[in-house]
Design a binder for this molecule. Structure first.
Ligand SMILES: *Cc1c(COP(=O)(O)O)cnc(C)c1O
Length: 362
């Protein structure tokens, strides 16, 4: 048996050979970034920073304990009230991150003998949460309501509880789930719904639909950090008792909650930020003859990891930071460039990107 380091060397060699090895790089300096998720430019907003600084001075650097012990500092309540109001639910619960939220929510609501129907492209943390729960995981083809319907009709009866899990705006495709149809199907088949709004919040207003649990992150359009669930009070109370990723983990630093709350407030009074990010995305899809962008995310499918990496490098030479997204983040054969637009991009920067994309070597 090889020692651990030798074993890892062979694992890395295999990733290298498949052009799938990933490396942590320093944040790119001097490039115009179309790669991060700060859709509204709030991570560097003066009001968001000042709110964090004030909380840091008043409450200190950390929460010092799990929320159920002594970590439930006074900044949680207004943040959760704001989230519940924005999502139109009775209550909300903040988690350490979006990933931790799904890892906590799903096993708190379903378990052995239950079933989770998840969109084929649902984020890894929904799949991980489903796996952790011990419920049976069934995947439906992306946004394919006929397939979901068929799975529900065939299998719903075999299980006690059923949860349908999907994203509002899909993180690597930028398209939108048919939430009203999903909610209606859930009602017909006695299933619950969980929708991940990580990439919609502040940018794309969801269509009206009765969703049982909205979840999302405070690390993207809200510019800070943390995850959340919004639902009926009884659901939130069960999460407080059973979501292990919240119960057994230290609360968020107060400054992070303060920054997130300030960002949500800006988001609400300045809706033009989200509209501007969306307009940039649509300008690019228009210019390149791609399907009209439905969110601030636009994928350019390149196929192989090599092609995606080459295209990313080409754009880097032109002063643009656009990441290549490769399997396993996306399905094999669909390696892509993922463009993410922000309200802070200028029209000139977007034009620069369009020109470079038109020059991409075939
Ligand atoms: C980023 C992301 C998450 C995870 O949120 P973090 O706060 O970064 O852990 C969850 N779901 C989706 C769809 C995401 O894109």
């Amino acid at each position: 048996m090889p020692n651990l380091a030798a074993y890892c060397q062979t694992e890395l060699a295999a990733l290298d050979a498949a052009k799938l090895r990933r490396q942590l790089r320093g944040a790119a300096e001097g490039l115009v970034s179309f790669a991060d998720n700060d859709y509204l430019g709030l991570a560097r907003d003066a009001r968001v920073i000042a709110a964090g600084q004030a909380a840091l001075a008043e409450y200190g650097a950390g929460a010092m304990a799990s929320r159920l012990v002594t970590g439930n500092h006074p900044l949680y309540a207004p943040l959760e009230a704001k989230l519940a109001a924005m999502k139109g639910t009775q209550a909300a619960l903040v988690f350490g991150s979006g990933y931790l939220a799904n890892l906590g929510i799903i096993p708190a609501l379903v378990g052995a003998g239950d079933v989770v129907f998840a969109d084929k492209l649902a984020h890894a943390c929904m799949l991980d949460g489903a796996q952790l729960s011990g419920a049976k995981l069934m995947r439906f083809a992306h946004n394919d309501m006929a397939h979901l319907q068929a799975l529900l009709t065939k299998h719903r009866g075999e299980f006690k509880h059923a949860l349908i899990a999907t994203e509002h705006v899909f993180s690597m495709d930028g398209d939108v789930a048919p939430l009203a149809e999903i909610a209606a199907m859930a009602r017909t088949h006695d299933a619950w719904t969980l929708v991940d709004d990580a990439h919609g919040l502040g940018v794309v207003k969801p269509e009206a639909a009765e969703i049982d649990v909205w979840m999302g992150t405070l690390s993207k359009a809200a510019g800070a950090y943390g995850g959340y669930a919004c639902a009926a009070q009884a659901v939130i109370d069960v999460l407080v008792n059973k979501a292990r990723s919240m119960v057994f983990s230290t609360g968020l630093p107060p400054s992070v909650c303060a920054s997130a709350l300030a960002a949500l407030e800006v988001m609400e009074v300045e809706p033009e930020r989200g509209e501007r990010a969306l307009a940039h995305a649509r300008c690019v899809t228009d210019s390149l003859g791609l399907p009209l962008a439905q969110s601030a995310i636009v994928p350019i499918i390149m196929g192989t990891p090599e092609r995606a990496l080459e295209a990313s490098e080409f754009l880097r030479q032109r002063g643009l930071l656009v990441v290549a997204i490769r399997p396993p983040t996306v399905p094999p054969g669909t390696a892509r460039l993922r463009l993410a637009f922000s309200s802070t991009h200028t029209g000139a920067q977007v034009e620069q990107l369009i020109a470079a994309l038109k020059d991409l070597p075939a």
